[in-house]
Design a protein. Sequence first.
Length: 349
Amino acid sequence: MKLFETVTEMGHEQVLFCHDKERKLKAIIAIHNTNLGAAMGATRLWPYPSEADALRDVLRLSRGMTYKAACANIPMGGGKAVIIANPEDKTEDLLRAYGRFVDSLNGRFITGQDVNLSPDDVRNIYKETKYVVGRSEKSGGPAPMTALGVLLGIKAAVEFRFQQTNLEGLKVAIQGLGNVGQNLCKHLHDHKAQLFVSDIDPQKAEKMHRLYGATIVDSREIYSLDVDIFSPCALGGIINSKTIPMLRANIIAGAANNQLENEILDGRLLQDKGILYCPDYVINAGGLINVYNEMIGYEEEKAFSQLNNIYNTLLEIFNLAKTQEITTFEAAQKIAEKRINQPHLLGVK
């Protein structure tokens, strides 16, 4: 990987490599854009196969956060961080060492909880820096809000694609049953959708079957199911040239980040196949909306007003894509970049 060429091409302002030998910390903080405000993005702890994989992930995730904030009308920039480690090797000392690196950025980067970090872990990071959100869990944490946002996105896609406003009887395949996936199952069950689920943890799948009557399918079969909606809620890169030919769903609407392995090529493959794709950084913005509102002083009415806007933004994206004959990914980028380059649209001076 040509480091500066890659960073320049993706438009990043700063990439910080963090190392603490004594505490076995290896982390990367990527600040993509601060036009609208300080870069906000959660921290992911993951045993990446290589440092290049970790860098590639944090660069894509941080760029997605810039677009996510813009599309959600949140006056914040985009950033992200990854800690390269096995979850079982996580310690308070490691997290506090990471917190000191966050603090060294003096507020240019504000972080929170992502994969393999708990609220307690976030509170350990907070012992070293005030630039952390999601410590209080006043609103129940980011997962419920993210799931609600995905539900709203599914409703927008169903309205646009099927010209209907209810989900009753629709078949939804959910890949990944973490906190967001499980919350989404509940919402869809409440709306009388038929659920098909897969997860690497069979106990989570059994729980969804027991609670909501979900049909459990093998992880290799989830792509090829004859369903209306495919909802990726695990890790990214799973929509690609190998899996797209298998897809039979009409809509892709899920919570996972970076769902498209190649955003341009895979977006066009989906378009050619007539599959309506909900850009991930738009539909999964509920977590960002949640922690941003906790940071500024949580007001439920304001937070839910911003959350409900996910529905309207996706309809705007779908209509722009149709009118200009571009992919929904490209349409989302156009809307996000307009807001990023014109900060006054969000009230940013």
